[in-house]
Design a protein around this ligand. Sequence first.
Ligand code: DOR
Ligand code: ZN
Ligand code: ZN
Length: 429
Amino acid sequence: ETVSVAGLHLLPGAIDMHVHFREPGYTHKEDWGTGTSAAAMGGVTTVFEMPNTNPPTRSATEMKAKQVAAEKACVDFGLYGLLAEDNIDELQGLIEAGANAFKCFMGNTFGNLPSPSTGAMLEGFEILAKTGHRISLHAETASIMALRQQKLQAAGCNYPLHHVAARPDIVAVEAVARAAHLAEWTGARIHVLHISSAAELIPLADAKRRGVDITGETCPCYLLLNTSDYDRLGSVIRVNPPVREAQDSAGLWDALLSGVVDMIATDHAPHLPEEKRKDIIWEADCGFPGVETQMPLMLTQVAEGRMSLEHYVKISAVSPAKSFGLWPVKGRIGVGAHADIAVVDLNRKETIKAERLHSRGKITPFEDVETTGAPVHTLVRGAFVQRDRSLVTGMAGHGRQVTDIQQMPEPAPKNADRFLSSVLAGKSL
Ligand code: DOR
Ligand code: ZN
Ligand code: ZN
């Protein structure tokens, strides 16, 4: 059976460096079958999955358990190992078990993983600098957040103070700057997850200028929603970090177009509708599904002339592939590349409906949004996983972990060594 691609565009399948598929531990919200089905429907051919499952992916044992859970995947995937206070001795084991990158929760969020101290981060960064595994940061400073939230909650503040608690943006600015200094000192490679504020772009751009190997992502919600949507969406909009002001979105758009922000990711964070719809915003779980709606939402921005299709390919496929060692096998269409392809109809009109999402988290802040452009077929290594806007059955298990194709870069020079050699040589700095 053949499909016609007349009038359609072939894009490299999107690579989403930030999804939470919840298995093991929270399979009422998602599992590897539903999560990767949502990805296939969204034109996403590779995902990197986060370690805040239950148990968290903190050692080789949990990594192996996650690989078993991921045997149902229909798209390719990478797995994050955790970098926390108490598992520095497990990092090597996680790598040997196949971790593709690491996640460090500098702020507290779903899963309640305690944030590592700066000392533990430094040790972890030193170990991972040697192997080249990129460390992705939930860059919010836990201690600042905790104090602010405590005060607001004690004062009886409700919605929309989830947002206020994270103001001023020092919460993220401090975390990005601190992580960048540790990366610069150790030679570790880092990635700033879910950039939500214009202020964070300052330490990010600064670190790039200094030559730190640092990349950054933002997500559709930070580009397309702002505080004027709080009243309409209520607790459904709750996400960590919060959706901010219109001027933050404007700054993020500039940064995404200029390359200061390298890529788009979704922070696909499914929760059930009843876990999201709360009278008190603090009681709502943070996040919402996103892996299925990213491509239609962003292609709509292309249709509206906000970004070129070429630039969309760069931020959705090329940059993530290059940053996480998957290039040139993934993130492109061409000789030697996997046939990971989103066949898109740039004119296709759809309306986002949570009940139609393939995620178990059937709730989205983009309910009823009209989109222009959608992936009508998705191929992973040459096989259809989505066809004509329907999931292809029997593809569970087609997805493979990217460990065998991932290439780690050469160890980066450490500032610590430069400093020491200057001192030993009697040179002034
Ligand atoms: O909103 C969020 N949800 N932010 C995070 O950092 C974690 C995520 C989740 O796992 O639910
Ligand atoms: Zn996060
Ligand atoms: Zn996340």
